[in-house]
Design a protein around this ligand. Structure first.
Ligand code: TEU
Length: 528
């Protein structure tokens, strides 16, 4: 088909299906709910939607434990709903990316049930990673690997064998040494490609291949957010063969279907290996997730990311938040300061070269919910660290102030799966649409300007000299972005007229006074 390279500067909106919109009135978001809100997403101005897993699942990890990759969990709807959603989205000019989870299945996947029933030595166990334990009676795990969610990465069955799970015990790791696993996943990808999806977000794309012999690590502090450690279960060279095979499969379909890697690699260079022209199209750039609010730190991350992107010829893919991390408004200090900074961060990331991911609710300036009642907390990651749960970034969206459950659910519902804070009325979509300077309108306007300048994403960035604590760079024809990351007003020569601002600067006699923690998009009028 025609090569549009649409993904190179696309803005992709992450829908956490469970918390986006509830179409059937059970307090849990679903595909029908997403379908009903497609006009909102089209109007917002994003190019594509990434849907988090909606496949059949016992929900031990809220859908990242898949029991049937070719069907929809009843809580989210049906296969017919998925078809209708894909078609409607395309009707609105929105592409659909689905989440594929190839590192592990659910423990209720038929393959795992067969493996457990079959017993030691049976070929059914070779789809997973089963081993004998150590110690006199095999009472110790086969090696010292720890699960990302805490505790040993091994669980023992009553028959004495242990199975590997890099995440929860309900998420047994598949054995990618087994050709049957490859064949099965290629068939799953085809299933969704045939239904018309435009690509896949590949969960734990760095994890499928484990080092030969499953060697011990020998030290405990194993996994970090952006791993600097080399561990025998992440980022093994062999994983690239899988992604190359998937790229060939994607390329055999018309319309540029993409793969985006959720990969954690020990260096930007190692991460770049996932986005070679014969491999995946994108890999999330997670560096902003732990960049403190300091101009020098942001500049360093941007420069390093652009340099790596340049090396591999694939654009960077900026991320401020997702369903696994504390929302950036709260990371940036919360309250008024957090809001100011997150609005500025939006204009900064949306004017960088490459593609950007927007996590649902960041366009509303939602904070992390830090005081959810104990009885609602069910994220398995809490096992590892009670303060590190991911529930607070997964609270349902407020759609309208006046309605029960802020319009997330239908009126008759008792409650939403996580309660929406009563203070969120003014943050609702409806309220913000009426407020010209709202965060939602800031995003809508930014995305409109981006879309008008189709070449925007591909143009190189050139830094301008600017006062300490600020960033300034130009892009295409006379466009400049300035960011003031200090808590004070800062003056600099006005680089044009104001196109859009997270907080309006004062411009007088060619000098611009930038408000604290603010970003401004400027246009030089003499530019062609
Ligand atoms: O996340 C992979 C992953 O490594 C996360 O555990 C991440 O490091 C952590 O949550 C950061 O706090 C993916 C999914 O995004 C996540 O929701 C799943 O729980 C996980 O895979 C297992 O499928």
């Amino acid at each position: 088909g025609t090569v549009t390279r649409w993904w190179r500067d696309a803005v992709i909106y992450q829908v956490y299906v469970r918390s986006f919109a509830d179409g059937n009135g059970d307090g849990v978001g679903d595909l029908l709910g997403v379908r009903g809100r497609l006009p909102y997403l089209a109007d917002l101005g994003v190019d594509a939607i990434w849907l988090t897993p909606f496949f059949t699942s016992p929900m031990a990890d809220f859908g990242y434990d898949v029991a049937d990759y070719r069907d929809v969990d009843p809580i989210f709807g049906s296969l017919a709903d998925a078809r209708a959603l894909i078609d409607d989205a395309h009707g609105h000019g929105l592409r659909i990316i689905v989440d594929v989870v190839p590192n592990h299945t659910s423990d209720q996947h038929v393959w795992f049930e067969e493996a457990v029933a079959a017993g030691p030595g049976d070929p059914a166990r070779e789809r997973y990673i089963f081993r004998q334990g150590r110690g006199a009676t095999g009472e110790l795990p086969p090696n010292d690997w720890e699960s990302v969610f805490g505790g040993s990465a091994w669980t023992r069955l009553p028959d004495g064998e242990w199975y590997l799970h890099l995440f929860a015990p309900e998420q047994p790791d598949l054995n990618w040494e087994n050709p049957e696993v490859h064949a099965e996943f290629e068939s799953i990808l085809r299933f969704w490609l045939d239904l018309g999806v435009d690509g896949f977000r590949i969960d734990v794309a760095h994890g499928m291949v484990k080092a030969e012999g499953l060697p011990d690590i020998g030290h405990s502090d194993q996994i970090r957010m952006i791993g600097t450690d080399v561990v025998p279960f992440f980022d093994q060279d062999g994983v690239h063969e899988i992604h190359r095979a998937w790229r060939r499969l994607l390329d055999s379909y018309p319309g540029e279907r993409i793969g985006v890697a959720e990969a954690w690699a020990p260096s930007p260079q190692r991460l770049a290996n996932y986005v070679r022209p014969d491999e995946l199209h994108q890999a999330f750039n997670f560096h902003f997730l732990n960049t403190p609010w300091e101009a020098e730190r942001f500049r360093a991350v941007i420069e390093e990311s652009l340099a790596t992107a340049g090396l591999v010829g694939a654009p960077s893919t900026w991320v401020l938040s997702n369903h696994d991390v504390k929302r950036h408004l709260t990371r940036y200090g919360g309250g008024e300061v957090g809001l100011r900074r997150s609005r500025a961060a939006a204009l900064l990331t949306l004017s960088l070269p490459g593609s950007a991911y927007v996590y649902q609710g960041e366009e509303l300036g939602l904070p992390e919910v830090l005081d959810l009642p104990e009885e609602f907390l069910r994220d398995p990651q809490r096992l590892r660290n009670p303060d590190d749960g991911r529930d607070g970034c997964r609270v349902p969206l407020p759609w309208s102030d006046g309605e029960p459950h802020f319009g997330f659910s239908l009126p008759g519902v008792n409650g939403t799966w996580l309660p929406i804070p009563s203070s969120w009325g003014p943050l609702s979509v409806e309220s913000q649409l009426e407020e010209p300077l709202s965060t939602l309108n800031l995003y809508r306007e930014a995305l409109r300007i981006r879309r008008e300048r189709r070449a925007f994403g591909e143009m190189p960035l050139a830094w301008l000299d600017s006062p300490e604590g600020t960033l300034a760079f130009t892009r295409d024809a006379g466009f400049t972005c300035t960011v003031n990351l200090t808590g004070e007003d800062v003056e600099l020569p006005a680089p044009g007229r104001v196109l859009l601002a997270s907080a309006e600067p004062v411009v007088q006699g060619g000098v611009a006074r930038l408000a604290p923690d603010s970003a401004v998009w400027w246009q030089r009028d003499d530019a062609s």
